[in-house]
Structures are given as structure tokens and as C-alpha cells.
Design a binder for this molecule. Structure first.
Ligand code: NOJ
Length: 746
């Protein structure tokens, strides 16, 4: 078996290499590998199987005490009370036969107590350093309470905004997702493991974001080539960054549920990438294989999951109840269980849990909401907001404002502003836009909610309109409540819910400048709303510090720099629409739309290309798009060579100028296109980006590099390589701008 061979090799390598050197993907040393072997040799079969069992805590410790004492639990999820965590650990370390500490897990997705913007918002920053910093702070807060394992980052490429979990990932692009993946892994785990390291869990392996119709948990039909070229690279990047754990997804791909998918888990993850961390199922995803019709009963699916390469069962009790019998009847080999236990113990050892199983409960509170955490959360919210429209009304001039109307369902929504996965965020700590504006402009803010929550319907907005007439400027906060995105929360209609569009139209009619800020878990279809505001900022769910961040943006203390991590659709019927689609044989070239089609027009009179008769071919905003209060000009884009070898680096030089009258930050993006391949290739692919801050009027020469090896893909022969031939390259501020320069790879 490939997997066992790899483990034997890893152990041998560990033995022969010098002490202290890391030899495994999760960063264990040869010494650690020896400790694992020694411990494993002392374990009974039942104790091994116990390690493979994860239970949900969050209740009375006494309910779990006996199972832990008996060595039947390897991990507890959903317990964040430091005293209870210590008690769980005490029972495991002091009262179980072998004293193996527990792995305490939690969904710490975009912050722990200090809530950062939702991951889709974090991706809009195009700022991996900041994202790493935020993840580090989340780890500091969570580990102070005993949580040493987070089920994050979610690396599911998502190209259908109907899917509610689009909020939890980095959007549609493989390259951006991979950079965010590395940043979060480094942040959670720390560059060097210590007691503040929280093991990352890259999820959901794999393809989960491609659910048919955007309906959560739904089937996917991704070919091996799509998996390898689009969906797997972020996972591989995260493994290379040292991610300690991985979660199998709920979905079946081409008929095979991930938790029983030997090809992706055992062959690719373990075999090709050499991953020797811990693979956990999603919540009861082992049991759900029975519902899928992929197994007859719990015993059957437990065997299938183990054979696929799963190490730990989250909440099915399948391993705990059946593995012993399966070994005894010879249906599974104890060696497979040994492999799984090695992977689990490896993570526990690398995290230092054997040396430091307890936390100092008395010190935990001081770490939460630390001033630097709040500052980083605010900066993340500032960088994640995308300016989608501005007729010049923004930035507002603080000195000139005498009266501000604040309205809309998201203006003072301390719970909903936190977003979908904020289990531990407390709304009492949220600073809403209303609160921040009232603090900054005492006596000048009038608040009329208009709608109490995003789904509310109203026929008349007389009260709001009357207040708008009396104000200098209207700041309206729209969007969707947190409950409308996230797990299981798919939508078929992406227009603003309730009477929000009507509220906006009524405000516009009042005749005062209207600035709309949208807080949402996905890119909503806002085309009909744009004409009814003078400016629009798209803030996703910005987290604890959203209020001050948005105030700074609206009043120009901070210049917006966020860029769309996902294509914004004009209408939901366009989904899925993403910038890096393959070239069709009949690309759209601006042909006849519905209103121009005459009666009884001939079937072939419309040009026969790929587009919608009613909506054309283009989105509302392309990937990578976002305005600033200043303007940037790109010039002098040149490559260092015309022809590159496979080992070369492409060095692209340019001059970026801030041609406006305020300082600003641009996200410079490099896209390439491989013109002819053994298979059709995407029309554009992001290959590099860089945030560049320039003073008003400043110009800077920049050089960005793209290793030619990054142009490799899995072609017709299924082998990853760079195919020689002609390429184009763009450097621009979004995926739809710029002129291409040509180069060749030989
Ligand atoms: C189910 C979700 O799919 C997964 O993302 C999460 O980590 C687990 N539940 C645990 O809460």
C-alpha cells in the first residue's frame, strides 16, 4: 500500500536524519517520530480506536468523563470554557491509562472573540500579511482558552453566490485562495509551534463549493483535471505551508462521497503530497455516506472511511463502535489503524500538548479583545471594503457635515455585522456604524432605521424620507443578516431582501446625497440599486470593528483599497460566471440583445455566440475590481525577456502612478493567458499581485515576478507541466482591464 510505504520511509528518514530536523509535512522531528512509535507500541487496539473518536463537548464535563477516562476520546469540539477544557484534559492526562491529552477543537473562522471580516471580505484585502496577522491573533485568543485546533481555513473555490458558504472562503480564484490559505495556516499555527499554536484544518476536501445549483451539501461533478487545475492547488499550498489537519467534505463528487474517496485522500493527499497530518471527517459525514447510499450501515461506512485514509471520526461513532470488530474479523488491518493514530499523535506532539495540556484559565480573559487585536480587526475591515461606485460624493468632508441621517437595517445590527461564523463573537463588543458615527459626530447624527432587519417589508418610508430631507447627507446601511449566508443557507434570489431596494429608491427621491454601504455574506445582485445611490461601499460582514472602519472610509481617513475576490453578477441567472473561464469556440463579441431583436427574426441572425440574449455576457463588476478616492495609471509594462525557459522567472516591470490628489493603495494584478494548449485554457489567470501605497502624485517603478513553473497545468496527458508556446500577460487594477504583452515559453 502506497500510504504505508510513505510512512515507513518517513520513519526511516526520521531515524537517519540529525535530531531536531523536521521531516514531515506537519513539522515533527525524528525525535517526535520515535516518541510516537514508543507510545503506539504501548496502546491497546481499543485505546488506538479511542484516539480516532471526536465528540462534541459544550455540556457537562461529567457526561464525558467516563469515556475520556476509558481512553475512548481523542478530541473534543465546541468546548471553549478554559476551566472545563482543563478539567477535560485533567481526566485524560491524569486518569486515563496512557495519559494522552485531548485535542480541543472549535470553528474559529474569522476571529475568536475579536471578530474579523468574513473570509470573503478578508480575501478582498489581497493582503496575506494582514490576514496572517489576524489569524495569529485569533489563535492567541482561542489558545488562551484551551482551543488548540480550528476548523479553518475553508479553501473551497466558490463560483456560485447562491451558495451560502461562499462567505467562508476566498472566492472564485485558485491563486488568491492559495495565498490566503498559506497566510491563515501560518497565522493559526505560528511560524514555529508553541503553546499559542492552533492547528489549522484545511477544508472541505474537496470540491464542496461546486455544489450543484449552489444548494449546500449537493453533489459535484468535477473532473480530475478540474480538481487538479482549479480546486486542489489551494489545499496543496496549505499542506506545503505546514497545515496540520484536513477535513473531508460532505459532498459526493462524481458519485463518491469525500469521506470515502480513496482517490483524493489516500492517493493524492497522502500519496502525491506526502501529507502526514490528521484527516478528520466533517460532522457525521461518515454516517451520511449511508444516506448518500454509499454504504449499507455504520460498520460499512466506517470501513470505507478508514480505507480512504480518514483518521478521525467527527460525531458518527462509526470508528468507536465498529473498528475493533472489523479488525477482529480481518475486514480491516490493524496497521491501517496504527497509521491513523500516528497521524493524530503527531499533531498532538507537534502542538506540545503532552508538555502543556493545561491553560492558565485566570489569564485567558486578558488576551481577549486586546487593543492590537481590535486595531487589526479594524484595519482588516478597512482594507476589505470595496468601493463600487462614487460620483464624487465620497470622501465626505467631516468639517462640512452638519447633519447626517443614518438609516437601514445594517446601521445598528451588532449581531449581524459579525457575519456567519462568529460563535464566540459577542455583540456587546461590536461597534456598529451608528455607534461609531454618533461618537465621532456628537449631536449631528439622526437615526431612523427604516427597516429593523434586512427581510422586513414596508409600504411607506415617510419617516425616513422626512428625515432625509432635513439632512446634509444620507448614510444607508443595507445588505443581509448573518443568517442569510453560511452553512445550509443558500439563496435562489440574490436581490436585496425585504423592502431595502424600495427604501433606497425613496431616499434617492428625497434629493440628498445618498451613500449606500452593503454588509453581506456574498456578492448580492445590486444592479438595480446602484442608480439610487451616489456611492456604494461593499463591506461584506466586517466584524467587531466594522463601524469605525466604515466611518474612516466614508470620511476619507482611509482610502478604500479592497478588490472583488469574486465576480459580481448582474442577475442570479448568470451564475456561475467567473473571470477565468475557458475560451469557447464562439466567444461573445457584443451581439444583439433582446430589445434589438425584430419580430420573426431568423434563428441564425443573432450571431451565434456565447451570451444571454437578455443580459449579454458580462458581469456587473469583474474579479479584482475596486475603486479608490484617487486614480492610478499603469505605464511602461515590459517583460525582461521575449522567450523564457521552463526554469526562468518572468520579471514584469511597470510604472504605477497615483494621478489623483490623495494618497492611496492599489492592488496591482498580473494575469496570464496560455494561448494554445493540449487542452483549452482559461482566458485569464491571476498569477501575482501586490498592494502598493503611493502618495498623491507619486510614481513608482515596480517589478513583479511570476515563476514560469507557475504556468504549469495538468494537460491532456494528465501530467503537470508547462506547455511551450505563446502567452499573453496583463498588469492591471482588475481582471477586465489592461492591454496584453506577449511572450513565449520554449
Ligand atoms: C460542519 C461544517 O461543514 C464544518 O465546516 C464545521 O467545521 C463542522 N460542522 C464543525 O462545526
Amino acid at each position: 500500500m502506497k500510504h504505508s510505504r510513505i510512512l515507513i520511509l518517513a520513519v526511516l528518514a526520521a531515524v537517519v536524519s540529525c535530531q531536531g530536523r523536521k521531516t514531515t509535512t506537519v513539522g515533527s522531528t525524528p525525535e517526535t517520530e520515535q516518541r510516537i512509535e514508543r507510545l503506539l507500541s504501548r496502546m491497546t487496539l481499543a485505546e488506538k480506536i479511542g484516539q480516532m473518536n471526536q465528540l462534541s463537548g459544550g455540556g457537562d464535563v461529567a457526561n464525558y468523563a467516563e469515556a475520556i477516562r476509558n481512553g475512548q476520546v481523542g478530541s473534543i469540539l465546541n468546548e471553549v470554557d478554559p476551566q472545563k477544557v482543563n478539567e477535560f484534559q485533567r481526566i485524560s492526562v491524569e486518569e486515563s491509562r496512557l495519559g494522552i491529552p485531548l485535542l480541543i477543537a472549535r470553528d474559529v473562522i474569522h476571529g475568536f472573540h475579536t471578530v474579523f471580516p468574513i473570509p470573503l471580505g478578508l480575501a478582498a484585502t489581497f493582503d496575506p500579511d494582514l490576514v496572517e496577522q489576524g489569524a495569529r491573533m485569533a489563535a492567541l485568543e482561542a489558545t488562551a482558552q484551551g482551543v488548540r485546533w480550528t476548523f479553518s481555513p475553508m479553501l473551497d473555490i466558490a463560483r456560485d453566490p447562491r451558495w451560502g458558504r461562499i462567505a467562508e472562503g476566498s472566492g472564485e480564484d485558485t491563486y488568491l485562495d492559495a495565498r490566503m490559505a498559506e497566510a491563515m495556516v501560518y497565522g493559526y499555527q505560528g511560524r514555529q509551534p508553541d503553546t499559542t499554536s492552533m492547528a489549522a484544518c484545511i477544508k472541505h476536501f474537496v470540491g464542496y463549493g461546486a455544489a450543484e445549483g449552489g444548494r449546500d451539501y449537493n453533489s459535484t461533478f468535477l473532473t480530475e483535471r478540474q480538481l487538479r487545475n482549479v480546486y486542489l492547488p489551494p489545499f496543496q499550498a496549505a499542506v506545503e505551508a505546514g497545515a496540520m489537519t484536513l477535513m473531508t467534505s460532505f459532498n459526493d463528487n462524481d458519485g463518491v462521497p469525500s469521506t470515502g474517496n480513496t482517490f483524493v485522500v489516500k492517493d493524492i493527499l497522502r500519496g502525491e503530497w506526502g501529507f502526514d497530518g490528521l484527516v478528520v471527517t466533517d460532522w457525521n459525514s461518515m454516517g451520511e455516506m449511508i444516506v448518500h447510499g454509499f454504504g449499507t450501515d455504520r460498520k460499512d461506512v466506517a470501513r470505507k472511511a478508514l480505507e480512504a485514509g480518514v483518521d478521525m471520526d467527527m460525531m458518527t461513532y462509526g470508528f468507536l463502535s465498529h473498528l475493533e470488530e472489523l479488525v477482529k474479523t480481518g475486514a480491516v488491518k490493524e496497521a491501517a489503524i496504527d497509521d491513523a493514530v500516528r497521524n493524530i499523535l503527531r499533531v498532538k506532539f507537534v502542538l506540545g500538548l503532552f508538555e502543556h495540556p493545561y491553560v492558565d484559565a485566570g489569564k485567558a480573559a486578558a488576551v481577549q479583545y486586546a487593543p492590537d487585536h481590535l486595531a487589526a480587526a479594524q484595519r482588516s475591515a478597512e482594507e476589505s471594503a470595496i468601493l463600487l461606485k462614487n460620483d464624487g460624493v465620497l470622501p465626505l468632508k467631516a468639517d462640512a457635515v452638519r447633519s447626517i441621517l443614518v438609516t437601514g437595517p445594517m446601521a445598528d445590527a451588532p449581531h449581524d455585522q459579525l457575519g456567519t461564523w462568529a460563535f464566540d463573537g459577542e455583540k456587546s463588543h461590536t461597534v456598529t456604524p451608528l455607534k461609531a458615527l454618533q461618537e465621532r459626530f456628537p449631536g449631528k447624527v439622526t437615526y431612523v432605521p427604516g427597516l429593523r432587519y434586512s427581510r422586513e417589508k414596508r409600504d411607506s418610508f415617510q419617516d425616513v424620507v422626512a428625515a432625509a430631507r432635513r439632512a446634509d447627507v444620507v448614510l444607508v446601511f443595507l445588505g443581509e443578516e448573518a443568517i442569510l449566508s453560511g452553512e445550509a443557507h443558500a439563496l435562489a434570489d440574490l436581490n436585496m431582501k425585504g423592502s431595502q431596494s424600495e427604501l433606497l429608491a425613496a431616499l434617492k427621491a428625497a434629493g440628498k446625497p445618498v451613500v449606500a454601504t452593503v454588509m453581506a455574506g456574498r456578492p448580492l445582485t445590486i444592479e438595480r440599486d446602484l442608480p439610487n445611490c451616489n456611492a456604494m461601499l461593499y463591506a461584506f460582514h466586517p466584524g467587531t470593528m466594522g463601524g469605525p472602519a466604515l466611518t474612516n472610509l466614508l470620511f476619507g481617513d482611509v482610502n478604500p483599497s479592497g478588490k472583488t475576490p469574486i465576480t459580481f453578477l448582474r442577475t442570479v441567472g448568470q451564475a456561475p460566471l467567473y473571470y477565468s473561464h475557458n475560451m469557447t469556440g464562439r466567444p461573445y463579441n457584443g451581439e444583439t440583445l433582446l430589445d434589438d431583436i425584430g419580430m420573426e427574426a431568423g434563428q441564425t441572425s443573432l450571431g451565434n455566440t456565447s451570451y444571454y440574449l437578455d443580459y449579454g455576457a458580462y458581469p456587473l463588476f469583474p474579479f479584482g475590481y475596486g475603486l479608490s478616492y484617487t486614480q492610478f495609471a499603469y505605464s511602461g509594462i515590459t517583460l525582461d525577456k521575449a522567450v523564457y525557459g521552463p526554469e526562468d522567472e518572468i520579471r514584469v516591470s511597470l510604472t504605477l502612478a497615483n494621478t489623483g490628489d490623495c494618497d492611496g493603495t492599489e492592488v496591482v494584478q498580473v494575469y496570464i493567458r496560455d494561448l494554445v494548449g493540449s487542452i483549452t485554457r482559461p482566458v485569464k489567470e491571476l498569477k501575482a499581485f501586490q498592494r502598493v501605497t503611493l502618495k498623491a502624485g507619486e510614481s513608482r517603478n515596480l517589478t513583479l515576478t511570476v515563476p514560469v513553473s507557475d504556468l504549469a497545468f495538468y494537460g491532456l496527458d494528465g501530467v503537470k507541466k508547462v506547455e511551450s508556446g505563446d502567452f499573453q500577460l496583463w498588469v492591471a487594477g482588475d481582471s477586465a482591464s489592461g492591454d496584453p504583452v506577449s511572450f513565449q515559453v520554449e
